[in-house]
Design a protein around this ligand. Structure first.
Ligand code: URP
Ligand code: ZN
Ligand code: ZN
Length: 455
C-alpha cells in the first residue's frame, strides 16, 4: 500500500485532515490516521492539499489540424500533464471527412495506447453528418465515447445548422453531450479576407477577424438548436467573451436545461494586447494565435467574475500545441496561415491556483478542474472524487512552493509557452496515476501508468 499521510484531503463532502491509502489502482481507505505496515510506502503530505487528480477535458494531442500536426504526442502531452498534477485528459479524436467514426477511434487508440503517463478518454469530433455516422454513434457508445464535438467554424470541419440539429437529436437517446466550437465560420472567413486586404497581415489581424460577436452569435444559435432538440446536453467549449456569456445567461433565463460551460486559462489570464508583442525575434505575437483569441480586459473580467459566481462549470486547456519556430512562424506575413492553438496542459492547475489565489480555495479548484469535468463527462465518482473505491489518481499539491513557468524547463513538447515568466504559487508535489507515482515536484518519474477511460 501507499499511504499519503497528514494532508488536507479535498473530499466530496468537504476538507479534512487525514490519510489516504492506495492499493493497486484504487483508493482503498481514507481515515484520520492509517497505520503503515511492513512493506507500505509512506508519503508525507503535511501542509499539502490532497486532490483527486485533475482532469483536463479538452486537449488535441497528435492531431492533424488541416494546416499541421500538433506538436505534442500522447506520450509527451500526458507526461507534461502529470508533471502539473493532471491525471486524466479527454482528448478530441477527430473523424475528418471521409473517415468513419470507428476508424477514427481506432486510430486514436493506436496513437495513445501504451504510451501515456496520465489516463486518457476520447470525445469524438464529427466533421460531416451522414447516415453512416448516425449509425456509428452506437459503436462509439460501446467504445466508451459518450461526448462528441462539432464545429461552427473551420471550413474543413464545420457542420451547418440543420446538421448540428440532427446531431443533437441523434445523441439524445444515448444521453450524449455535444461540445461545440462556437464561432460563426462564414463571418470569420469574410472578416479574415477583409482584414488581410486592409493591409493587416500580422497576428493582430487574428482577433480582428474573430470579434466577440462571432462567438456570441454562434453560442446563441447553438443554444436555440439545443432547445429545439428538447434541451439536448451541450457543452459550450472555450468560452471567451462577455457577449457569449450573456447568450448563455439568456438561454438559462428562458428556462433551458442541460447547458454546460467551459473556459480556459488563456481567457482568464491573457488579453488581446498579446498580439502586438514582438519579442527578440519579432515572432512573439504569433504564439497567441488560437481560436477563440484572447479577448479584451473587460471580457476577461466578466469571465473571472462568472467563474467565481458559479456560472462556469469547468476549466480545460484546449491544449493544441505548435512550435513557434517551424510551425507558427509560417504565418509571420499572413496571420491566416498560423496554425491555431496553444499549449497549456502542464500548467493549468498552477495558473488557476495562482491567479485566483485569494478567491478560490481547494474545494473550488477541485470542483472546476476535477469533480465537474468528471461529472459532465461521465467519469464520476470513478474519477474526480477522493473517496474509497475511486481510482487511485491523486495529486498532492504543495501550496507553499513558488516557481516560474519557463519554456526551457517545461515538458510540453514546444519551444514556447504563453505564460513565460509567470510566477506560480503552488505545485504538484506528487502525482499518482492508477496508484503509480508518475511525477514528483514537477518532474516525470518515467512511469507510464495511464490507461483508457471508457465513459
Ligand atoms: O485554436 C485552437 N483552439 N485550436 C484547437 C481547435 C479548437 O478549436 O478547439
Ligand atoms: Zn474549438
Ligand atoms: Zn479545442
Amino acid at each position: 500500500m501507499i499511504i499519503i499521510k497528514g494532508g488536507t484531503l479535498v473530499c466530496p463532502d468537504g476538507l479534512r485532515v487525514g490519510d489516504v491509502a492506495l492499493e493497486g489502482d484504487k483508493i482503498v481507505r481514507i481515515a484520520a490516521s492509517i497505520e503503515a505496515g511492513d512493506g507500505d510506502e509512506v508519503a508525507d503530505a503535511t501542509g499539502c492539499w490532497v486532490f483527486p487528480g485533475f482532469i483536463d477535458a479538452h486537449t488535441h494531442m497528435q492531431c492533424w489540424t488541416g494546416i499541421d500536426w500538433t506538436a505534442d504526442s500522447f506520450e509527451t502531452g500526458t507526461r507534461a500533464a502529470a508533471c502539473g498534477g493532471t491525471t486524466t485528459i479527454v482528448d478530441y479524436a477527430t473523424a475528418d471527412r471521409g473517415v468513419t467514426l470507428p476508424d477514427a477511434l481506432a486510430e486514436w487508440h493506436k496513437r495513445a495506447d501504451g504510451t501515456c503517463t496520465s489516463n486518457y478518454a476520447f470525445h469524438m469530433a464529427i466533421a460531416e453528418w451522414n447516415e453512416r455516422n448516425r449509425e456509428d454513434l452506437a459503436a462509439m457508445r460501446a467504445g466508451g465515447v459518450s461526448s462528441f464535438k462539432t464545429y461552427f467554424a473551420y471550413d474543413h470541419l464545420r457542420l451547418d445548422d440543420a446538421e448540428t440539429l440532427e446531431v443533437l437529436e441523434a445523441l439524445k437517446p444515448f444521453g450524449g453531450t455535444l461540445c461545440v466550437h462556437c464561432e460563426n465560420g462564414t463571418l470569420v472567413d469574410a472578416l479574415q479576407k477583409r482584414v488581410y486586404e486592409a493591409g493587416i497581415h500580422g497576428p493582430e489581424g487574428h482577433p480582428l477577424s474573430r470579434p466577440a460577436e462571432c462567438e456570441a452569435e454562434a453560442v446563441s444559435r447553438l443554444l436555440y438548436l439545443a432547445h429545439l432538440a428538447g434541451d439536448a446536453h451541450v457543452n459550450v467549449v472555450h468560452l471567451s467573451t462577455k457577449l457569449g456569456l450573456e447568450a448563455i445567461r439568456a438561454a438559462k433565463a428562458r428556462g433551458q436545461k442541460n447547458i454546460f460551460v467551459e473556459t480556459c486559462p488563456q481567457y482568464l489570464l491573457l488579453d488581446d494586447t498579446c498580439f502586438t508583442r514582438r519579442g527578440e525575434d519579432g515572432l512573439e505575437g504569433l504564439e497567441f494565435v488560437m481560436s477563440p483569441p484572447p479577448r479584451k480586459p473587460s471580457d476577461r473580467a466578466a469571465l473571472r467574475q462568472a467563474l467565481l459566481d458559479g456560472e462556469i462549470d469547468t476549466i480545460a486547456t484546449d491544449h493544441c500545441s505548435f512550435n513557434l519556430h517551424g510551425q507558427k512562424d509560417r504565418g509571420v506575413d499572413d496571420f491566416r496561415a498560423v496554425p491555431n492553438g496553444g499549449a497549456g496542459v502542464e500548467h493549468r492547475p498552477a495558473l488557476i491556483a495562482t491567479t485566483f489565489e485569494d478567491q478560490l480555495g481547494p474545494t473550488e479548484l477541485c470542483r472546476l478542474m476535477s469533480e465537474n469535468p468528471a461529472r459532465v463527462f461521465g467519469m464520476w465518482p470513478r474519477k474526480g472524487c477522493l473517496a474509497e473505491g475511486s481510482d487511485a489518481d491523486v495529486c498532492v499539491w504543495d501550496p507553499s512552493v513558488e516557481w516560474t513557468i519557463l519554456a526551457k524547463a517545461q515538458h510540453q513538447n514546444v519551444d514556447h509557452t504563453p505564460y513565460e515568466g509567470f510566477v506560480c504559487h503552488g505545485r504538484a508535489r506528487l502525482t499518482y496515476v492508477n496508484g503509480v507515482l508518475a511525477a514528483r515536484d514537477g518532474e516525470p518519474t518515467g512511469a507510464t501508468p495511464g490507461t483508457y477511460v471508457p465513459r
